[in-house]
Write a new protein. Structure first.
Length: 484
């Protein structure tokens, strides 16, 4: 079962190149470029007026259409009676085309933004092609300690719209206004930090299948998949997740996974407890069934029976039984969440793990585990997750304050994470939650996207005192609200 098709269009992220192509298409279909610039400027004006009170405005304009948006915005601000000045890189704009700016153009050397001023950054947007240097760099450097507010048009100048990386230098914007669709660079790395509050305005560009390079995660993509399970009446028809338990003191991580699975909407969860902790596990769980793990054959028996997904890795340890269980889990062909110790068991020979994985698997590494398992995979987070998924032949969920999910279909970027999630055991709960969603016949990329968003949402309104024990209860609340 897949993402909702209409929501996929709305949640699409487009690279600067795809945006330029949409721009060309729209112009070729009869909308003049000046009309698009006009709409972009008008949208910027709307946001500017809603976010800032009247004050002196300096507009920094670059040589391309990002600068053209800035010039047009300048004219609109003059019409609205705002005090403005315009500073252009390179050639000054034609007096004929921009009569409204008469007497307001200043040379670059005069730029001295003061506290309380508003600077519109229209230097570079989607056409940024190299690191920002020279005069443009000097202008952006002056912003750093000026205390002025910054509104960036399309992107903070210097942010690569495809990756979120800084090319040379980029300002810290308070507000960014972009058009048509967000770009991955608005959500990734430094881009996410430098954009401030992001607004996306419709300027009448045509959308076409194949324009997207990634998706911005949102419940409208996958909410219908969760509701599906709730219609089934028998517990095993609603999915049955098996969580492979960890031994002794380590067992708490896997128990958190079992709690995560138990609130996922799956009909049943079985906790397969190593003998050293089976008795204890039997006393702590109520809603989760506990079975003793006599050996990998106990897992095999469940996999051949009623299980519909497996969660393996949290608190499992690196012993021989762990290896046997991992092999049994993967060989079963059931959807599997491979997390924590299951990711690091084979860090010295990852190809052994990769060759056992199948397309129903979801790997959930944090940055440290990712670096150890996918040696040599470098670059921005989106590219790394995609490369890792291609290398291992499974879905990869690369965790962090921004989480990227790559697998079959467009990759998904999840951005509702918060600091409250950075707490011990939170990742174990996530692994269980995704396992529980997988058990409900949801495809791996879709289950990972749903799990990442729900998990983050459960922590979003919480304070720093949130711990992993209390997370499942909050997850249950989020899911119930989503499917009600
Ligand atoms: N499609 C849409 O949605 C719409 C887009 N619109 C707007 O258009 C913007 C895209 O316009 P764009 O393509 O003209 O690119 P833009 O960002 O102005 O920069 C290109 C110029 O900068 C130069 N340059 C690049 N890097 C440089 C550097 N480091 N240092 C110095 N120079 C550098 C580059 O020079 P070149 O590489 O050619 O030598 C070229 O001259 C987009 O962000 C949005 O605001 C709206 O108006 C309407 C609909
Ligand atoms: K800009």
């Amino acid at each position: 079962m897949a993402f909702d098709a209409e929501a996929t269009k709305r949640c699409s992220l487009m690279t600067p190149d795809a945006m330029a192509e949409a721009d060309r298409r729209t112009i070729a279909a009869g909308t003049p470029e000046t009309t698009l610039i006009d709409r972009a400027a008008r949208a910027s004006l709307r946001v500017l007026r809603s976010e800032f009170t009247r004050r002196p405005v300096t507009i920094l304009c670059g040589p391309g259409n990002n600068g053209a948006d800035g010039l047009r915005l300048g004219e609109m601000l003059v019409d609205a009676g705002w005090p403005i000045e315009v500073i252009c890189l390179g050639e000054p704009p034609s007096a004929e085309r921009h009569r409204g700016l008469d007497g307001r153009l200043r040379p670059t050397g005069t730029f001295a933004p003061g506290p309380g001023a508003l600077v519109v950054d229209a230097l570079f947007g989607a056409g940024l092609s190299r690191p920002v240097e020279g005069e443009a760099r000097a202008l952006i450097e002056k912003l750093e300690f000026a205390g002025a507010s910054v509104l960036s048009i399309d992107l903070p100048s210097g942010i690569d719209g495809a990756t979120g990386e800084v090319l040379g230098i980029a300002p810290q914007a308070d507000v960014t206004v972009t058009f048509h669709r967000l770009k991955p660079g608005h959500l990734l790395g430094e881009g996410a930090r430098r954009c401030g509050k992001v607004f996306c305005a419709d300027i009448g560009l045509q959308y076409r299948e194949g324009d997207a390079s990634a998706l911005h995660n949102a419940p409208e993509l996958w909410r219908h998949l969760l509701a599906n399970g709730a219609r089934e009446t028998h517990k095993y028809e609603r999915g049955h997740t098996v969580v492979v338990g960890g031994p002794g003191f380590m067992g708490s991580a896997s128990r958190l996974s079992a709690y995560g699975a138990s609130v996922s909407g799956a009909g049943a969860v079985t906790y397969l407890a190593p003998l050293s902790s089976a008795e204890f596990a039997g006393t702590v769980f109520d809603a989760v069934m506990v079975r003793p793990m006599t050996g990998p054959e106990a897992l095999e028996e469940l996999a051949e029976g009623k299980a519909s997904s497996i969660v393996i890795g949290p608190g499992m340890g690196h012993g021989a039984l762990s290896r046997d269980c991992l092999h049994t889990a993967l060989a079963s062909g059931l959807p599997c969440v491979v997390d924590a110790d299951a990711l690091t068991l084979y860090e010295d020979e990852p190809s052994k793990l990769f060759s056992a994985l199948h397309e129903g698997c979801v790997l959930t590494p944090h940055e440290g585990e990712f670096a150890r398992l996918f040696k040599g995979v470098e670059g921005d987070k989106l590219s790394r997750a995609k490369a890792a998924a291609a290398r291992c032949g499974a879905t990869v969920l690369l965790k962090g304050s921004t989480t990227v999910i790559a697998g079959d279909g467009l990759p998904v970027i999840n951005t509702n994470g918060s600091r409250s999630l950075a707490t011990a055991g939170s990742g174990d709960v996530l692994a269980g939650l995704i396992g529980g969603i997988l058990a409900q016949s949801v495809a791996p990329r879709e289950a990972a996207a749903a799990g990442a968003w729900i998990h983050a949402e459960a922590a979003r309104s919480a304070g720093p005192s949130l711990n992993a024990d209390r997370l499942p209860r909050r997850i249950a609340g989020v899911i119930d609200r989503l499917v009600s």
